[in-house]
Design a protein around this ligand. Structure first.
Ligand code: FES
Length: 568
């Protein structure tokens, strides 16, 4: 086997001298890295990404495994994306990180890569970048926080939304809310509910990109480090077997991820990220496939925000292997995982230890699971809703639009006592899409107007071209495509227009005539692209719409692992 890294460390002459000497300068003898599989550990550690702040320790466990298996680890940083601190939205930078990952891997002497992923966007960004290089790669997720404990109650990130509404309604004090902060975030790890980070970790396991159990082991559990160690050992073998991402990421693997995501009530962000990953590895996947592949799949995981429990509970109940065992008749059991073996071996011997957390397919928590893709004159290319996190009474609803032209308009008027809104209204928020905002922020689960909150209303239909946090909930229609900024019909909706949402029949439409729509469209003024510069300018020029995964058009596909010019 000729190692890719031998193109660096196996050279003679001046180039070989340069490649080796500076490694020796770190105190590493050449037998450590010459002739052994060199494994990159792509680390998204950052103190600005609190969910990934334990990743240096995790990387040490990976390194131990790599050494044990006869490889040589090299840890390298890439830009990290923390949902909580980064502005205007981490999604703006997902594609930038994927470029960082892709170019860092290709440009350096690596034979295989371990991707350390945690907070929401770090997982898709790293997988997207690695797919465009297509070396043997394995994912190690950081794990979720321990379940929050607040005055006798279990809490997680979904409670942030509840607490915020309670504060606005005067049912919770600012002091109590601040006290609850440390009660929720009481350990290392990412959000403890089935939000986007846990969804991405589950997606990774269902795709076959990690060892079994990767998704649910809590960050603070010692078995998380054991899994990291075993993953380090396994990547060395993957290099010897030349088991690449493209060998694992078949069309059937994507179907397994879609089916599993439906059953666990995963985040709506799953769609946008999985589409982007498919685009990088060259698997044909459309937004309609999410509907087709998850048809008939019930909700069997009782996890917030769709249900009651937390990721820690999922792990103790059997984790994703126990979920996939329940789903076995729907899954493609023969797809290969990073283990080199069929995915069925990950779950066929697993057991469920708590039916309160993982139900059977025959007696699910909700017959309606998955993410429903809507079509209609408001969303020609699609929009999404998560029925399991919505109010059953609103899944078929017609109401009058209350329109916010942009995020500033929304912020200025949502709590206005004179806002013309009632419990049957449909809130519409424009210009929060990929190009319009830009970056498609998680603002789609707009707050309930204060005057309704005070009346005890906790959910109304909300529609936007933005996204929602995976920890959010409610009858929220997201990812409307085409977005308002590029002239989608969302742009022509006016206050008072009747809007119909019919989830069963997968319809989202504004009840006005085609003629009226045509007349209004003639009056749309093309939005002025802000001049701008730098990455944001590049993003606005090239980002695709939500139904295509919101990748940059020129990043789709891959360039393999060959370097462009091979000399100093
Ligand atoms: Fe990082 Fe929720 S903020 S996963």
């Amino acid at each position: 086997m000729k190692l890719r890294s031998s193109n660096w460390f196996g050279r003679t002459g001046k180039d070989g001298f340069i490649y080796r000497a500076w490694m020796k300068g770190q105190g590493i003898p050449s037998h450590e890295f010459k002739g052994k599989p060199v494994i990159g550990i792509c680390n998204t550690w950052s103190e600005l990404t609190p969910c990934n702040a334990h990743f240096r320790e995790l990387a040490e466990s990976v390194k131990h495994g790599i050494y044990e298996a006869g490889g040589f680890p090299v840890e390298f940083p890439v830009m990290s994306l923390g949902e909580t601190l980064i502005k205007p939205t981490a999604m703006l930078y997902r594609n930038l990180v994927s470029m960082d990952v892709e170019e860092s891997i290709r440009a350096n002497p690596m034979d295989g890569v371990v991707l350390l992923c945690g907070c929401d966007k770090t997982t898709p960004a790293l997988i997207m970048g690695a797919c465009s290089v297509d070396l043997p790669s394995i994912v190690v997720s950081g794990g979720a926080m321990l379940t929050g404990k607040f005055r006798g109650t279990d809490i997680g990130t979904s409670d942030v939304w509840r607490f915020a509404e309670a504060l606005r309604a005067g049912k919770m004090s600012q002091q109590d809310m601040e006290f609850s902060e440390a009660c929720m975030a009481r350990s290392r790890g990412h959000c403890a509910v089935m939000g986007t980070a846990s969804t991405m970790a589950s997606m990774t396991e269902a795709l076959g990109l990690s060892l079994a159990e990767n998704a649910a082991i809590p960050a603070a559990d010692s078995r998380r480090k054991t899994l990291a160690h075993l993953s380090g050992m396994r990547i060395v073998e993957m290099v010897k077997e030349n088991l690449k991402l493209s060998d694992i990421l078949s069309r059937e693997a994507f179907e397994n991820a879609i089916i599993t995501n439906a059953a666990i009530g995963g985040s709506t962000n799953f769609i946008i990220h999985l589409l982007a990953i498919a685009g990088r590895i060259g698997v044909k996947l459309s937004i309609d496939d999410f509907d087709t592949d998850s048809r008939g799949i019930p909700l069997i995981a009782n996890l917030q925000p769709s249900g009651k429990y937390f990721m820690e509970d999922l792990y103790y109940a059997g984790g994703i292997p126990a979920v996939m065992k329940e789903l076995h008749s729907f899954l493609n059991g023969n797809t290969i995982t990073v283990s080199g073996k069929p995915i069925s071996e990950n779950y066929e011997n697993s057991d469920c230890y708590n039916r309160e957390v993982i139900a059977t397919v025959q007696q699910p928590f909700n017959q309606m699971a998955g993410i429903c893709v809507l079509k209609g004159n408001l969303c020609e290319h699609g929009a999404v809703i998560k029925p399991s996190a919505a109010s059953a009474s609103l899944l078929k609803h017609t109401g009058k639009a209350v329109v916010f032209e942009n995020i500033d308009d929304y912020k200025a008027r949502i709590d206005d006592p004179d806002l013309d809104v009632d419990e049957n209204s449909v809130l519409v928020l424009k210009h929060v899409g990929p190009r319009g905002y830009p970056g498609m922020p998680e603002v789609g689960n707009m707050s309930i107007p204060k005057k309704l909150l005070l009346k005890g209303i906790t959910d109304i239909v909300r529609i936007s071209d933005g996204r929602m946090s995976g920890t959010g909930f409610g009858t929220v229609v997201l990812h409307v495509s085409p977005e308002a900024f590029i002239g989608g019909n969302l742009a022509i909706v006016r206050n008072g227009d009747p809007i119909t949402l019919d989830v069963k029949n997968k319809i989202l439409c504004v009840e006005i005539s085609e003629e009226e729509i045509g007349e209004r469209r003639k009056k749309i003024k093309p939005m002025q692209q802000a001049a701008g510069r730098g990455y944001t300018w590049l993003f606005r020029q090239h980002v695709e719409q939500a139904h295509l995964g919101a990748d940059l058009d020129f990043l789709k596909g891959g360039s393999g692992s060959e370097v462009l010019k091979d000399s100093h």
